[in-house]
Write a protein that binds this ligand. Sequence first.
Ligand SMILES: Nc1ncnc2c1ncn2[C@@H]1O[C@H](COP(=O)(O)OP(=O)(O)OP(=O)(O)O)[C@@H](O)[C@H]1O
Length: 365
Amino acid sequence: MDDTDFDIFAGDRAVATVQPMLRITNVARRFAATPAVQDVSLTVEPGQVTCLLGPSGCGKSTTLRMIAGIEQLDLGTIHIDGNLVADHKNSLPPEKRSVGMVFQDLALFPHMTIAENIAFGIPKARRKSADIGQMLDRVGLAGYGDKYPHQLSGGEQQRVALARALATGPKVMLLDEPFSSLDQRLRSEMREFALDLLREAGAAVVLVTHDPDEAMMMADRIAIMEQGRVLQEGAPLDLYNHPVNLAVAQFFSYLNLWSGRVDDGFVETPIGRLPAIGFADGAAVTCAIRPEHMRLEPVDGGGAIVRVSRVQSLGRESVVDVSSLDGAQKLRCNIAGPVGFQVDERVSVGYAPDSVMIFPDQDQR
Ligand SMILES: Nc1ncnc2c1ncn2[C@@H]1O[C@H](COP(=O)(O)OP(=O)(O)OP(=O)(O)O)[C@@H](O)[C@H]1O
């Protein structure tokens, strides 16, 4: 190992430092003219889930494939448990890296029983002694060992894929959109199930997704990627509440946006003057507020007066679209629970002051 585990003593308080199980340093990969991954660095601790989140083609899967050992690195290094497993010259084969993988298509072997599928990943020397029954039990499939994949539901097959990936006790687990083929109810059930199982296994987990809700729900850390680069990495709520730029902010939800210029420390918007702290007078900026941070009140609420243009009741929340009285500006407000507002009704619009995000205009896409 080229890193060390140690405790730092701060006064009489011991602060444990955990060595990253996975360390990716400045990795890059190019395909002809396409720089698929550029200068990506990440660390993942044992038992921690890091999500790579980003739009199609941003380099998530290529990053995952480099960690797995099925894609070469052009630059940078990858360490697992302190050992160098890949750089631009050398690459340890996947089976020698202690990584488990679950991909979207699961890739269960149709002609093998469930027990055989799980045993397949275990090295021959250890296969006989492996307790497949116990592994099936662990994923809630006791008694399924003699069945074939086509006899199982989508969720059950997902559990088999997880069991197979975990069967070797990997130090790093790589999941590439593993839940995207499941229906919504099963997907959220499987996310919770997989999360418990993965935390119990103590592996460092890298999960690829383009679904911000999935990332928010499952991740300890999220790395938002765009065009091969990590735009921001951090705890989910930090990214949600303090995005470094408009592109990161827009990943998580629809935004109400207004462009304007800073005048005497404020920006004039249809919902009032918003404070632009830290911006010079005259700066062109974009102000953003998430719909769930908007409030709607009867017209004597004190805020700007707008007209309700649409109400969608989704049960646990209502999506209310409003527009300025001249119709020029539109706003979206997500209000918890049902609302009594009618289309064309005049209402007063407010917002949580600390939810206003202001970005310099060069960030706007
Ligand atoms: N083997 C390859 N040959 C050429 N180009 C590739 C190859 N693999 C990936 N790319 C390109 O590299 C870029 C990143 O691809 P990658 O699959 O990593 O993106 P992604 O974020 O995982 O996308 P998706 O969410 O659609 O799976 C894309 O432009 C893709 O077309």
